[in-house]
Design a protein around this ligand. Sequence first.
Ligand code: NAP
Length: 303
Amino acid sequence: MIYRRVALIGLGLIASSMAHAMRAGGLAGEIVGTARSAETRATALEIGLCDRVTDSAAEAVEGADLVVLATPVGAMAAVAAEIAPHLAPGATLTDVGSVKRAVVEAVAPHVPQGVRFIPGHPLAGTEQSGPRSGFATLFHNRWCLLVPPEDADPEAVKRLARLWEGMGSHVETMDPDHHDLVLAVTSHVPHLIAYTMVGVADHLRRVTDSEVIKYSAAGFRDFTRIAASDPTMWRDVFLTNKEATLEVLGRFTEELFVLQRAIRSGDGEHLHAYFTRTRAIRRGIIEAGQDTPAPDFGRGSGR
Ligand code: NAP
């Protein structure tokens, strides 16, 4: 057991996967959970997700030695303000938000003396959401990035790292701004591109009505899977990782124009060289064990 009592605030994909993984690994003595809606709390009770479900976040954190903020990023400041007076001295407060600088700025001012705030981000997810979507192996062989403040208690950081390792992750620490730039490249902008491509297809009504669905090829199908991700979560990601997203989008559009010109001018050599480079990146990801070479990204079976 790594923590005696873990409080999960928000019971969606990430928190429910943590609950399953902590149970599977015997990592928490007691798991307490809460969510905004009575419906989610009732579902959590019905499926036995947590040992206890409370009506409020303030109640959930009482006596917890680890508190995990697992709501959309935009909700974290209000939740932090609500729970702050109820946090146990010596407790660790963490989060799983996809953006880090904005979370640090929103949450840190509320953290009382004696509580250790160590923000985190598991690089694992699916397009599903809600308390029923979690599964114990979500974090297996995935990275979890922790962004401890400079004066963080090293023992508290090590303990949180052990929890993530116990759930199957590899842990690395990082500076919040660097995290946000890396994630803009690897996750945020790719999601925006997928949203855009599906939006473009939708605007081409003539095709959408029949052919886009009927003849949906692997490339577009994968875009639609990504573009089915939770709208609230992704709205918050772009609102809170604005600078890095705009920086990466700027580079993306420049490259896109270069490719557009190569197509217009029939520069096959440029296109071939470009696609050869990108193919090598895909191989690198597979060799690093971060995806599978199976067709359809190995996702045909669901996860
Ligand atoms: P999710 O499945 O949509 O669940 C979000 C949960 O937060 C729900 O239980 C929701 O309650 C609760 N919630 C929303 N606003 C709240 C509030 N004001 N007070 C209390 N609870 C509130 O979300 P998720 O995918 O688990 O994402 C959670 C966090 O993890 C986000 O910050 C996201 O950026 C991050 N993350 C997501 C992924 C991913 O791929 N999904 C990956 C890594 C990190 P109700 O059900 O009652 O509305």
